[in-house]
Design a protein around this ligand. Structure first.
Ligand code: NDP
Ligand code: 2IT
Length: 449
């Protein structure tokens, strides 16, 4: 009889052979696969159904040309993607990322993670992701609009409120969702919940903007509670200064912690008085400024340029990596541990390297993996879909209350799965298993598709 380990290893060998050049995708797959070995020992029928090899192959990948004209009249070309990874438990759901680093490996890793994350939310949403290597930095609003319209011209052929519902991610916020939505509506003559993260006057949900950051803090609150701790007086580091970081900082302050640092790709700021969230919002959401401007505006804040130091060198109790993948490595994890960090909650997708995760787990740090800790954003996206379908809208308190309950539920289910499969306290294993089981049951019931 094939053991769980033999099966998982053999599928991983095939995945490596076929996707050897996709480093980020392989990293995400390796972490999940390692967790699932005991699941296949317990449910050998999933081996017979070759469920893992089916799950790790995207149902569909669309890659397309995005031509657009810049303000100088020059023709530009970017590459667009949509990876429709798994529709086992609902329509494909996941964000769009606009960043020069975007390639098929990045979108596949994000889409793969999204399957398990979306399952963990308890909402009926499958996994997908998309984006482009377009760089929004320094572009005018008109250039952004023309790019979004060209991108949607092709994307519109593949999405739909019951098929695939994109949202934002790095480089895609309210402005971009607006341009994308307007163009979808024009092309289709349909007013439908085809995107989430919409504005409040045209079908958006209250608390969606805040959801990912707030959710990562609600998740951390559960981890702290399990150790008999709370946020009072705790010092936190939050990397990034975009959508996720800003609202993580806001909620940390509301719950009694003090976030003293944040960053962007140019460097980080340290503000011993606590990050001024209103100033940060004005600089990042309104002025689209660089983070050095924060330090220029605050008497005690300092700026350190990227490459001249790391945000993770600052002494703190809590760390919230909220910028991008692989932004926290083994050495930095060791520094955080040496400086007394007790909990890490991943607001970004795959921000910690596999080696960094091992450092945290071995040191007894409470570690909230991305697919659990940052699931609040997509969870509220699913609530936005529900409101759109019901042609209704809920209050901020109602949505925030549901978000809180969902994050608490994800923590509890992940902790319970870890315990059941012999890895108590390991939320990486717990989240992977809990997310997988629901998808596996659905796939098994639906036959070989
Ligand atoms: P934003 O575009 O709003 O902000 C991204 C932030 O991360 C910016 O401060 C950006 O700095 C920084 N950043 C991006 N790429 C890099 C890089 N290569 N090196 C250093 N810094 C970088 O994105 P979000 O806040 O929405 O997303 C942040 C993370 O959270 C991503 O991993 C995303 O996938 C994840 N996430 C987002 C959700 C959402 O609802 N928005 C939901 C769940 C996860 P700069 O401006 O200099 O590029
Ligand atoms: O990574 C993510 O979960 C997101 N970028 C949010 C996806 C969504 O559909 O709201």
């Amino acid at each position: 009889m094939t053991t769980g380990k033999q099966y998982v290893d053999s599928v991983f060998e095939k995945v490596k052979a076929q996707n050897g050049h996709e480093a980020e995708f392989l990293q995400a797959v390796e972490e999940v696969f390692a967790s699932l070995v005991p699941v296949f020992d317990k449910y050998p029928k999933y081996i017979e159904e070759n469920l893992l090899e089916r799950l790790v192959e995207p149902e569909r990948i669309v890659s397309f040309r995005v031509p657009w004209v810049d303000d100088k009249g020059q023709v530009q070309v970017n590459r667009g993607f949509r990876v429709q990874f798994s529709s086992a438990i609902g329509p494909y759901k996941g964000g769009l990322r606009f960043h020069p680093s975007v390639n098929q490996s990045i979108i596949k890793f994000l889409g793969f993670e999204q399957i398990f994350k979306n399952s963990l939310t308890g909402q009926p949403i499958g996994g997908g992701k998309g984006g482009s290597n377009f760089d929004p930095k320094g572009k005018s609003d008109n250039e952004i609009m023309r790019f979004c319209q060209s991108f949607m011209t092709e994307l519109s052929k593949h999405i739909g409120a019951d098929t695939d519902v994109p949202a934002g991610d790095i480089g895609v916020g309210g402005r971009e969702i607006g341009y994308l939505y307007g163009y979808y509506k024009r092309l289709r003559n349909e007013y439908t919940g085809v995107l989430t993260g919409k504005g409040l006057t045209w079908g958006g949900s209250l608390a969606r903007t805040e959801a990912t950051g707030y959710g990562a803090v609600y998740f951390a609150e559960q981890m702290l509670k399990a150790r008999g701790e709370d946020f009072n007086g705790k010092v936190a580091l939050v990397s990034g200064s975009g959508n996720v970081a800003i609202y993580a900082i806001e909620k940390l302050h509301a719950l009694g912690a003090k976030a003293v640092a944040c960053s962007d790709s140019s460097g980080f700021v340290y503000d011993p008085d606590g990050i001024d969230v209103e100033l940060l919002k004005d600089l990042k959401e309104v002025k689209r400024a660089r983070i050095v401007e924060y330090a220029n505006a605050r008497p005690n804040a300092t700026f350190t340029a990227a490459g001249e130091g790391s945000i993770w060198d600052i002494k703190a109790d809590l760390a919230f990596p909220c910028a991008t993948q692989n932004e926290l490595n083994e050495e930095q994890a060791k520094t955080l541990v040496a400086n007394g960090v007790i909990a890490v909650s991943e607001g970004a997708n795959m921000p910690s390297t596999l080696e960094a995760i091992d450092v945290f787990l071995n040191a007894g740090v409470s570690f909230g993996p991305a697919k659990a800790a940052n699931a609040g954003g997509v969870a509220v996206s699913a609530l936005e879909m529900a409101q759109n379908s019901g042609r209704t809208s809920w209050t901020f308190e109602e949505v925030d209350g549901k978000l809180y309950d969902i994050m608490k539920g994800i923590y509890e289910n992940s902790a319970a799965a870890a315990k059941e499969f012999g890895q108590e306290g390991n939320l990486v294993v717990g989240a992977n298993i809990a997310g997988f089981l629901k998808v596996a049951e659905a796939m098994s019931a639906q036959g070989i598709v």
